[in-house]
Ligand binder design. Sequence first.
Ligand code: FE2
Length: 313
Amino acid sequence: MGQSPIIAWEEVKLADFGTAPLMLRHSLASHPMFAREALARVIESAGRADYYVNTMDLGSHDPRSRREGEMAGLSGEQVLEAVAKGTIWILLLNPAKANPAYNELLDAIYDEMHRMVPGFRTRLHKMTLLISSPKVQVHYHCDIPGQTLWQIAGTKQVRVYPNRPPFLNQAALERIALGEVHEFGLPYDPAFESEAKVFELTPGHMLHWPLNAPHRIVNGDCVNVSFTTEHFTTSNRRNFIVNRANGVLRKRLGERPLSQDISGPAYWAKFGVAAAHKLLQPAAAKKKLRIDFALDPKAERAVRTIPAYEVTP
Ligand SMILES: [Fe+2]
């Protein structure tokens, strides 16, 4: 990538990095790595463990309308066609399998963030490509790692909520960290909207939000191509361990408040709990998926119902 900046950093906003949602411009919207042919290649190189395909109701906020699917046997071009006509959300988890240049870009992004944001040091970096249909939504949820969303094509509205109770329910976060419930298990109340920060992302915008900040997304009336970059900082990682340990302790201790300390004796006691329960592995590996549709460009909304089966991605 050379030394030309990926992000158009704005001094005035830099102070907010990590404490408030931060939207900046980036230079990747016309990068050939995100052109249609390149996306088709990533789709075609994805095995079952490398993607999620979802569909959901367009009108409701009901996370139970969300379904998991498969895209076996389709060309990249057919998948893109299906996304354009359907109500589909695709996550491609390992784009570097198709082209190692995605990992080089990921490294360049974090090198630049480390250079520009004082004290920001991260590891366990990950890039996920998102290709999604007009008007689809991602329901209210939170993510465990630190995250940035990069818009390449199309428009979407992202609503970001404060990362504290009642918006971020502590017991739900612990169960999500433990891998016992899906990210969408986070309780939502329409009253939360009064504190939502609303961002309209167009190609060339990136949005970074504070750790675990709940968010939800509604696409504009156009196909969207985006990607996320994810990381852990030392304190993210410790938060994750504390949340998992608290999730275990809560089963015995009930609803009482549990310490969120990520240093000192309280942290190391939690580290011990997490180690004893083999909780130091990422939670994502344990989730089971119930697959009940096949992506099909010829089917209505590109969704063809199939007999349900379970996979462990
Ligand atoms: Fe998310």
